[in-house]
Design a protein around this ligand. Structure first.
Ligand code: HEM
Ligand SMILES: CC(C)=CCC/C(C)=C/CC/C(C)=C/COP(=O)(O)OP(=O)(O)O
Length: 313
């Protein structure tokens, strides 16, 4: 059985007994699980930044990143409601199911977007607010409304949207942008292709049905497997930049090397998966599914290492 169909969707994942169905729909519009990792990378940028920030202001800054990412997700769901209806993974989303009217979702997303940027400006500074606004605009206009439906490079370029939060967190404290947050940007930027292309290998039929030009649809599974390995190598190189630049200590350095080895092993297994002449998996894409899950743990652990390294350094 295809696990895209059997996997619990956002709509299935009730916050048990704490929220009514309607509140849950509005919450799910914000893509809360994606937001949780986005926020973690933003919090890391804030945590390692030089200088002082009042804990309450830090909380507000992190909240603004969460609300902005959620708001961008809501606008993404509004815009993509036609293709979301065609894909099994997204078919239960609240706009597709008619539980939230499209215009309400759009209004919700726009209000939260402006509120998060204005609050970030008032609570911290113009640089953090400007980069926050840029990341919303990048995700909504560049990725969702333009690249996603027009080029298989959508993820490579559009991935920048999700890479800004470490810069935003850092800027919230310092009011400027340093070398370390730029390196963290590069890491998330290069992490996004293997993260997403692993998923796209086993969601390929969904994307083909919806007419979305994701890499396995346009260039085939074999090419996508090679690109996953290529970007994992580039990602590993980027994670070693702070080591070379002596920006980090042993906790980060050792963690990065171990996590990179893990990612390279998973990607290699995707490349070597048993497949037919076109590169389509004969194992129900087991290695690709494992690699997608590993990508989430990888980023969370790498950013945890960044924070612990800063704490003990
Ligand atoms: C353009 C960039 C990105 C694309 C296209 C993308 C795509 C996706 C897709 C389609 C899923 C859904 C998987 C599913 O429901 O089975 C997903 C899951 C996820 N993504 Fe990404 N992603 C991107 C960037 C990011 C970033 C920057 C982060 C965090 C830093 C992130 C964190 C997550 C998490 C935590 C999940 C798991 C959510 C769940 O369990 O439902 N993604 N991603
Ligand atoms: C601070 C800020 C605004 C950050 C933006 C972070 C962010 C939301 C990054 C993109 C993450 C993501 C879920 C992309 C998938 O879009 P998709 O439309 O391809 O996935 P879908 O098919 O699940 O909707």
């Amino acid at each position: 059985m295809n696990s895209i169909a059997s996997r619990p969707t956002e709509a299935d994942l009730a916050l048990p007994g704490t929220l009514g169905a309607e509140a849950r729909d509005w919450l799910n519009l914000l893509k809360p699980r994606v937001v949780s990792l986005v926020v973690f990378t933003g919090a890391a940028g804030l945590f390692i930044a030089p200088g002082r920030i009042h804990p309450f202001v830090a909380f507000i800054a992190i909240l603004c990143i969460a609300v902005a990412a959620g708001a961008a997700g809501a606008i993404n769901m509004w815009y993509d409601r036609d293709i979301d209806a065609l894909m099994r993974r997204t078919a239960k989303r609240p706009i597709v199911n008619g539980r939230i009217a499209p215009a309400d979702a759009l209004g919700f997303g726009i209000v939260l977007s402006f509120a998060s940027v204005i609050l970030m400006w008032l609570a911290t500074n113009a640089v953090a607010a400007a980069v926050l606004a840029l990341s919303i605009a990048f995700y909504v206009f560049i990725y969702t409304m333009w690249l996603k439906r027009s080029t298989p490079q959508n993820i490579v370029i559009g991935g920048a949207a999700g890479a800004f939060p470490p810069i935003i967190g850092w800027a919230a404290v310092t009011g400027d942008i340093g070398v370390m947050p730029l390196v963290l940007f590069a890491i998330v930027f290069l992490w996004t292709p293997p993260h997403f292309w692993a998923l796209s290998l086993y969601a390929c039929k969904d994307y083909a049905r919806a007419g979305v030009p994701m890499l396995p649809v346009t260039h085939g599974a074999a090419h996508t497997r090679r690109q996953i390995v290529l970007y994992t190598v580039l990602l590993s190189a980027a994670t070693l930049l702070p080591v070379a630049l002596r920006l980090t200590g042993p906790v980060y350095d050792v963690s990065a090397v171990l996590l990179d080895i893990g990612f390279l092993v998973f990607s290699w297994r995707v490349l070597r998966d048993r497949q037919d002449a076109e590169g389509v998996s004969l194992t129900n894409d087991k290695p690709a599914r494992q690699t997608f899950r590993y990508s989430l743990a990888y980023l969370a652990l790498l950013f945890l290492a960044v924070m612990i390294d800063h704490l003990v350094g």
